[in-house]
Ligand binder design. Structure first.
Ligand code: NAD
Length: 491
């Protein structure tokens, strides 16, 4: 195809959009229909060099030492401007992902606004650590830690919640006085580019926010993470890529923050309010077509309510409405791409070979017209599997869960913790003490009781094991995006 077939999504370097190079473009496919709707300009190494140099210059020219109050005010203006251009962000997010308009409005773009406002508040309220140290002879020393920006930060983000996850990193990074070089997913370049316009409009100095489009290995992703001018990498994506990025930055020993994959469990006890649990579980399995790192793919259900929960979940899965993103009654969009659907379908086949009983779904829906060109998949539920099966151990990242019965609380805890991942879990019970007890015993970064994906943005977010390194949110983000210098004064 030629550039005339669609509009270009451009790189943004040193405060300006870069004129696209005809020979370095790739097509952006609409996952709902499979049609190419835009051309994306793939950044080459010289452009990455320019972006990193611009970021360094912006820091040296004064951005790193801007007053906190000014940076907080700028973040608030960014939030206000996103609200003013809200529907443009919604449209860009839908064009990239095919997700339902209600979700793009209520989750993705709304959270981008909250991310900026939260980190404006968090940075404005942040204090600094200090200690009075007792010395011999009644003397004292004063220790205090000054936190300085990390520097030029590489921000690598995935395609599932593109704007939400990008702003979750950008807001605290800018709040702390860093300059960023962003590499959005090749699948979802739109909102990162639109955010460049907004940040320029609200007065962010040139070079502080740069966007480079492209792929991972031997493309913009690798060029950015391996660049000697980068002072740290914040990465959200798959565990395999995280491991790769870690090797890339290892020779120069730069700090990394990793939010990686999950194979999250839900534990449903028989004392639960069945209807409430079903509503929560449906959300946790099928939100964003199962493409949320926090989504539940393993549901452990106490045996006496197993059939009732399984039957109720099947009914709700069948009640989901797959359809056009702009139809307000659509609940469920397509997967991000045909490639990703092929991966999910391979797990569907593997599940059946492993002896799964398919309670519902398991295939490709026929939606008619141009939608059949998209990457749609049926919401799917299995029984008959155990923790020994690969489909119960590996992250699938689709609208699918295995339902497995248990008898005792101890057994449920052991089953849920029997994983290499450690991102999230949810516990469903009306027994208050059991709720706390079981949630605390989950080997994960986030455990919910009678809810899922309920976030206070000041609280720690992240995972253990294959799910990542470090935490984001509130003070945890401020810690990653700053380097402390401890000053000790003998008094
Ligand atoms: P991915 O790892 O394939 O890609 C993520 C980003 O890394 C993309 O921008 C990609 O271009 C880039 N990349 C790929 N290879 C690279 C390389 N060698 N060097 C530098 N950059 C490279 O992940 P994805 O498929 O886009 O996203 C889905 C994954 O993200 C799932 O595993 C999901 O669980 C995870 N995720 C985790 C969280 C979290 O907060 N823990 C949130 C959302 C998604």
């Amino acid at each position: 195809m030629t550039a005339d077939n669609g509009r270009w999504i451009r790189n943004f370097v040193d405060g300006e959009f870069v004129e696209p190079d005809e020979h370095r473009g790739f097509g952006k496919v609409d996952p709902a229909t499979g049609a190419v709707h835009a051309r994306v300009h793939e950044a080459d190494r010289p452009l990455v060099d320019r972006a990193v140099a611009a970021a360094r210059r912006a820091l040296d020219d004064g951005w790193a030492s801007t007053a906190v109050r000014e940076r907080a005010a700028l973040l608030r203006r960014a939030a206000d401007r996103i609200e003013e251009r809200f529907e443009e962000f919604v449209a860009a997010e839908i064009a990239d992902t095919g997700k339902p308009v209600t979700q793009a409005r209520e989750l993705d773009v709304a959270r981008a606004v909250s991310n900026f406002r939260t980190f404006a508040d968090v940075v404005a309220a942040a204090g600094q650590e200090s200690f009075l140290t007792d010395l011999a002879g009644g003397k004292q020393a004063l220790n205090y830690a000054v936190r300085k920006p990390l520097g030029v930060v590489a921000v690598i983000v995935p395609w599932n919640l593109p704007l939400l996850l990008l702003t979750w990193k950008i807001a605290p990074a800018l709040a702390c006085g860093n300059a960023v070089v962003v590499k959005p997913s090749e699948e979802t370049p739109g909102t990162a580019a639109l955010l460049a316009e907004v940040l320029a409009e609200v007065g962010l100095p040139a070079g502080v926010y740069n966007v480079l489009h492209g792929f991972g290995g031997d493309s913009a992703g690798e060029y950015v993470t391996s660049h000697p001018g980068i002072d740290g990498v914040t990465f959200t994506g798959s565990s395999a890529t995280g491991s790769h990025v870690m090797k890339t930055v290892a020779p120069r020993v730069r700090p990394v923050s990793f939010e990686l994959g999950g194979k999250n469990a839900a534990i449903v006890f028989d004392d639960v309010d069945i209807d409430e649990a079903l509503t929560g579980l449906t959300k946790s399995v099928f939100s964003n077509t199962g493409q949320v790192c926090l989504c539940t793919e393993r549901v452990y259900v106490q045996r006496s309510v197993f059939d009732e929960i399984a039957g109720g979940l099947v009914e709700r899965a069948r009640g989901l409405r797959l359809g056009r993103p702009l139809d307000e009654t659509t609940t469920t969009g397509p997967l991000i791409s045909r490639t990703h659907r092929d991966k999910v379908l391979r797990y569907f086949e593997l599940a059946e070979r492993s002896g799964a009983e398919v309670l519902t779904g398991g295939g490709i829906p026929r939606l008619g017209e141009d939608l059949d060109g998209g990457s749609w998949i049926e919401p799917t539920l299995w029984t008959g599997l155990t923790n020994a099966d690969r489909v119960v151990r590996e992250e699938i990242f689709g609208p699918v869960a295995a339902l497995i019965p248990f008898d005792t609380e101890a057994e449920a805890i052991a089953l849920a913790n029997d994983t290499d991942y450690g991102l999230a879990a949810s516990v469903w019970t009306n027994d208050l003490r059991r709720g706390h007890r079981v949630a605390q015993s989950m080997d994960v970064g986030m455990a919910w009781v009678n809810t899922w994906f309920l976030r206070d943005l000041r609280s720690p977010f992240g995972g253990a094991g294959l799910s990542g390194i470090g935490r984001e949110g509130g003070a945890s983000s401020l810690h990653f995006y700053t380097e402390p210098t401890n000053v000790c004064v003998q008094l």
